[in-house]
Design a binder for this molecule. Sequence first.
Ligand code: SF4
Length: 695
Amino acid sequence: MPKDRPELPPVEELLTAAVTALGGVERPGQVKMAQAVRDAVESEEHLAVQAGTGTGKSLAYLVPAIRHAAEKGQAVVVSTATIALQRQLVDRDLPRLADALEGLLPHRPEFAILKGRRNYLCRHKMADGMPEDEDDQLFDPREVSATGRMVQRIQEWANETETGDRDEIVPGVSDQAWRQFSVTARECLGAQRCPSGADCFAELARERAGEADVVVTNHALLAIDAMEDFAVLPEHDVVVVDEAHELVDRVTSVVTGELSESTVGLAVRRAGRLIEQGVADRLQEAGEDLRALLAVAPPGRVDTLPGSLAMTLALVRDAAFACITALGPRNKDKDDPENAGLRKAAFTALDEVHDTAQRMLDAFGPAAGRDEAGDDAEDGGDSRDSGESRDSAGGANGGPGDARSEEVHRAEVVWLEEGRGRVPPTLRVAPLSVGGMLRDKLFGDRTVVLTSATLALGGSFDSLSRQWGLRAGEWTGLDVGSPFDHPRRGILYVATHLPQPGRDGLPEAYVDEIAELIEAAGGRTLGLFSSMRAAKAATEALRERLDVPLLCQGDDSTSQLVKQFAGDPATCLFGTLSLWQGVDVPGPSLTLVIIDRIPFPRPDDPLASARQRHVAATGGNGFMAVAATHAALLLAQGAGRLLRSMDDRGVVAVLDPRLATARYSGFLLNSLPPFWRTTDPAKVRDALRRLTAGS
Ligand code: SF4
């Protein structure tokens, strides 16, 4: 990328050229957003922009980003939460934008996509330079053969691929199959030492990124780049975070640690090939203790560290440390180049086990996991069994009074997830907040533009900016609105005559209401349910009553179901979380969005409930800061499925009457697009019949 600093055309001129070349219409919100991004980049002030569907927000940030890259001679990073948006940028928007701007800039804008190392084929592992990590627990011959077929497909693809990017493999392959051909960044030998370093796909992707004006990546890699000591992304001073409403969750996933019999078993298998058997056996035994303990422990948040768990975590930690010591110095690969890959893989797995066990002990304060942990265990005081120290299912709104000061100081939360299929019960640890981390590491030394169709919750950016760790005066917020005429094209109907949703599945009255709405709409319905159980119950009950085709998430791959739904207006699609955000179906196939209940986090969601208690313990309103914010974000995303093009019209029907009656309803309603509102079921059914007749 040339480092010259020419006089470049202003952003407005470049945007006009881009929009004209792409055959679009310039929209005031798009121009406003492009100017705001330019101003933020120039003033080096963080910016949060809410830009509704149809604004053309990708052009609104890509144009000033490309201009800045050309002027500065340095890449701009664009981060997304989903592969779908990554593909849209790299396969559609950026190539067309590069064509459009080529004649106006000193060089044709270049772009590249960069993912985490584990997304690329590792040639060294492929050539058998590292251990196969699969344990011997593939009891089910069908799974063995399915994985075997995927492995064969990967091997065939490996001979042809030019990028080594896993996402090229269609249909996709399982994580289990892919793991046999990929490494994490920590497991990688480093290009200098790796025999395949010169042809390494991950290194080639990095090289291409180093030459680009725009580097498209994901939130996880952005977080790793910001937090690790080594740079993963090319040098940059501007980041655009698209789908920014997902940032906190993605970053939390990156920094969540896990410990189970599987993670310990992996470390044992890797270390066992290189160290004395007795030392590896010690870790194996500690892993078995952990397995036995987790098998009988109740799933959920762990508020007080039971003595038995403290002792087992300390055993696991110390046994992992003994294995690390037995492996010898980390830099002895020169003396033993043949085993370099094996050693690196063993260190990575052992470090992970050791550090996570320590981190879990630390989560309960400095005394946890010291030598006296064993004494505690002998007291027999396992509070997990008594349940005394834990909230009841509804207790997330505030913990017991004597836990208050603990809550104020606690930085991390530990919970046990129950086993599913071949995945054993797993202990996890995550920070209560990633705001401080984001503030120091991400926002500290670069300008960040955060954007999404949904950022202003309850009409304000405050909820999300707090979660990002931004303080007043450090950022500006801008809502450029939407080109859609929401009050004229959409109705928000709240079914206030229905009972409040209960804990015991979908009330009969809800099923009747859904049936009447779908009949009025002639199908054309996306049903967004707060649980898979409710989606399935509604599907079963209504398949008997309605004569329109009803699809339910899980019947086929989600992309296939969405395709079927979009292709036939009479068809309805019911499902849960991924449909709330992932469905983009313009046209008459989607005329009615039904939402069964306000999507609060489950009361037993360990992280959300711990965060809520923490906010309450520090004097804030935990319910509003966590549960209502979560619900507002999802509701806005769900309602946003309705209008996807200028010609769309329809109804968002929320069956949960609390949206109109609860004390927090104003906050939730202010998070939604400004549809015309009603609580009259007859009016809504009439409107749906008219819409259906007119399309
Ligand atoms: S440099 Fe790392 S990722 Fe690349 S081939 Fe070698 S071990 Fe694999």
